[in-house]
Ligand binder design. Structure first.
Ligand SMILES: [Zn+2]
Length: 158
């Protein structure tokens, strides 16, 4: 059957009485600015510096992936990426706004990498704190390591 346009409903939308709450929404401080649903009044969630870094990181992400969502960088994965991972971690003073220190990963590989598997270092997806190379040099080495992996594993693919 050919479809033209959205499918038509057989039954009309239910009357809005269905959407009525059984219990009324709490009145009073639940939605006031000073209430406990707003978190920005007394506690700062982020420092000014971190706020600025996160804005820069967001812009970097958009510049790195203008076509949208990339796939996980782990070559045997193939899933959509959920996160940006820093090969030189924040804990090791890695930058979170340097595109050479950012790789897309799926949620699973992002958490696997926190356990520092050997393959992470082999593919330059993890960098030791004492590594003296620049992030650009590491990014270049990463591209080579990934290309090597593809050459070794996917020769027969076509
Ligand atoms: Zn993955």
């Amino acid at each position: 059957m050919k479809r033209s346009g959205p499918p038509k409903r057989k039954t009309p939308l239910k009357a809005k009485t269905e959407l009525k709450r059984k219990t009324p929404m709490p009145r009073g401080n639940g939605f006031k600015k000073t209430g406990n649903l707003e978190r920005n009044s007394s506690l700062r969630a982020q420092s000014k510096k971190r706020e600025r870094e996160n804005r820069e990181r967001h812009a970097m992400k958009n510049a790195m992936f203008p076509d949208g969502r990339p796939v996980c960088i782990v070559p045997w994965c193939g899933q959509w990426a959920d996160d940006l991972h820093e090969p030189l971690t924040r804990a090791r003073q890695g930058s979170i706004t340097d595109p050479d220190n950012a790789v897309p990963t799926c949620r699973g590989h992002n958490s696997e990498l926190t356990e520092e598997p050997a393959w992470g270092y082999e593919l330059e997806l993890l960098v030791h704190s004492w590594d003296k190379r620049s992030s650009a040099q590491i990014a270049e080495a990463r591209r080579e390591a990934l290309a090597r992996w593809h050459a070794e594993h996917l020769v027969e693919a076509s």
